[in-house]
Design a protein around this ligand. Structure first.
Ligand code: ADP
Ligand code: ADP
Ligand code: MG
Length: 538
């Protein structure tokens, strides 16, 4: 049964326990009978960055289409004019905004979510694309801020995911507008690049622009936003924008699953980050010792120190883009031959590559059944993996028709249901929302612990690294030229080493235990740097 919820019963992991009263009067748009419904809208404030935090499929893009004038909201009945919208928002912060929108006094720029699709519609050199976009005359500045100098003469078609992301962000920022919307600006970027992008976005607001950002990396969202809207609901069915919150309170409300001022519980449980001192202290038996490995591509050389892996542990792999993380994982997976050293073991390895392709002809169920049908029936796998990732809902879908986030969840599942000793998972969080990132992290941790297996996970999201890792392998060097992989280290040592390279310090939020980036040059930042404690692990 579904208790006191008033609309359709939610079947997902995200259960609305109760909804706000008199919600119907706040209905903004309904796509059709039994189709998705959007309640309430985010505010748009000049000179301010507003973060949006919530699951995929809850109406964030729909809201932006309305605020950019692309979609006239039907107010959940019949509506054919912006005058009615202005009337409906009388007394609301948005009334004035809609008046300007009606008079075409508002220009909007959108940085889209799926940057991988850009090369399909835009051809030519990066320089030409950016020059054409540069209505504000800020190109030189952006090229420096986002480190685009080396790729200006490249063809769009040749760019990596992270390069495409930064070009798309620069192109959006260069245009002249009143309202800028960035949909997931951090996908494919390393943490240093994420912070650079965050600073560039903040600068837009400091110049008086209104900025809205959807972001699923909570450390970045925290660093970037002045205020936050939490969006909740049932993905695909309905979404509700909360009132505007301060950034810290908004993120904590999201993790708590409870909006106190509206008295709405939108998730039946709280999300908490475990202090390391509360984690299991002892380390499992040795799984394997791997030797020093070198890979020389000519232009790029990686040297990886040898190390020991233990049964039951999860090791996070961290470092900048272009430093050899994927190359290292490929050598352990047996996909890439080392130039020096040999991976000689009898271990079964299961590998999820960084860039996944939907080339399989058939349904999700067929694909997963071919790997191991028994796991799809197993209660352990249902509870720990399949249900939390929403996989049964995808069984009948064709693999080549999945969205980026759906494909990612299927690829992670395909990797984890295979019987193996060692699981190698390269960047699992790309295109996943916060709820899904935590579900994936939990699934990996508990399957390794319960089955006495070992996982290596390459990841840039600091909260996910914190949540998932028992130890860390840190990569250092000069991106694109030479990289060094250090032996696996304990969390504190590894995090300090990694964050010192990035030049950023973190503290823990006392309420939720989540890591928060300190503002550069703040008292905490300076104190922690002096002590060499970049990461507060207690
Ligand atoms: P988000 O940006 O939060 O991921 P969207 O606003 O893109 O969410 O979509 C919310 C829901 O609305 C989705 O379930 C989507 O399928 C549905 N939707 C989007 N556009 C349309 C449309 N034109 N007609 C019907 N449903 C739509
Ligand atoms: P990361 O995963 O840390 O981003 P990668 O291991 O993917 O880094 O790449 C490290 C460097 O090696 C990059 O400069 C990349 O261009 C280069 N590289 C990767 N694969 C090849 C290859 N097959 N041939 C030549 N260079 C490569
Ligand atoms: Mg990589």
């Amino acid at each position: 049964g579904c208790g006191i919820c008033i609309h359709k019963c939610p079947f997902n992991a995200i259960t609305i326990v109760n909804l706000p009263e008199e919600l119907d009067k706040d209905c903004v748009h309904r796509y059709g009978v039994n189709a998705f419904v959007l309640y309430r809208l985010p505010v748009v404030r000049n000179g301010s960055v507003t973060g949006i935090l919530g699951p995929n499929g809850t109406g964030k893009t729909t809201a932006v289409k309305i605020l950019s004038g692309e979609l006239l909201p039907n107010l959940c009945g019949f509506n054919d004019s912006w005058d009615n919208v202005i009337r409906a928002f009388r007394g609301n912060e948005l009334q004035n905004y809609f008046e300007k929108l009606k008079n075409r006094e508002i220009r909007t720029v959108v940085k889209p979510q799926y940057v991988d699709l850009i090369p399909k519609v835009v051809k030519g050199k990066v320089r030409d694309l950016l020059k054409k976009a540069d209505q504000r005359g800020v190109l030189e500045e952006l090229v420096d801020e986002l480190e685009l100098r080396n790729i200006l003469d490249r063809e769009i078609q040749q760019l990596s995911g992270g390069e495409l992301q930064r070009v798309a962000i620069a192109a959006a920022m260069a245009r002249e507008a009143d309202f800028y919307f960035f949909d997931e600006p951090s996908s494919y970027l390393d943490i240093r690049q994420r912070l650079k992008v965050a600073r560039a976005i903040r600068k837009l607001a400091e110049e008086g622009k209104a900025v809205l950002v959807v972001e699923h990396d909570l450390a970045v969202l925290d660093y970037l936003s002045d205020n936050i809207h939490v969006v909740y609901g049932k993905p695909g069915a309905y979404g509700i924008f909360s009132a505007l919150k301060g950034t810290r309170v908004g993120i904590n409300v999201f993790l708590n699953g409870y909006l106190p001022d509206e008295n709405v519980r939108f998730r039946p449980y709280e999300i908490r980050f475990t202090k390391f001192s509360e984690r299991k202290a002892q380390i499992g038996d040795v799984l394997v010792e791997y030797p020093r490995l070198v890979k020389d591509y000519g232009g790029f050389k990686l040297e990886a120190e040898g190390g020991t892996l233990h049964v039951g542990e999860v090791i996070g792999i961290v470092g900048p883009n272009g430093i050899g993380k994927t190359t290292f994982v490929k050598m352990l997976a047996g996909v890439e031959e080392p130039t020096e050293g040999k991976v000689e073991w009898s271990l079964e390895v299961s590998y999820k590559p960084q860039y996944i392709k939907a080339e399989y002809e058939g349904t999700v169920f067929e694909l997963l059944s071919k790997i191991d049908a028994s796991k799809l029936m197993s209660n352990l796998y249902k509870t720990e993996l399949l249900n939390p990732l929403g996989i049964p809902d995808l069984y009948d879908r064709n693999v080549n028709e999945l969205s980026g986030g759906e494909l990612q969840r299927v690829a992670i599942t395909a990797c984890l249901i295979k019987d193996a000793d060692l699981y190698l998972i390269d960047e699992p969080s790309a295109y996943l929302d916060v709820e899904q990132r935590l579900a994936v992290s939990k699934a990996i941790r508990s399957l390794m612990a319960k089955n006495d297996k070992t996982a290596l996970v390459v990841e840039h999201d600091v909260l996910m690294i914190d949540y998932i890792s028992d130890r860390l392998i840190v990569f250092e060097g000069e991106p694109g030229k030479q990289g060094k992989a250090l032996r696996p280290m304990p969390m504190r040592e590894g995090m300090n080493r990694f964050l010192a390279n990035v030049g950023i310090t973190f503290r823990r939020d006392p309420e939720t235990g989540r890591p928060r980036a300190n503002k550069e040059g703040s008292v905490k930042d300076r104190e922690q740097k002096e002590r060499g404690e970049y990461y507060y692990v207690e």
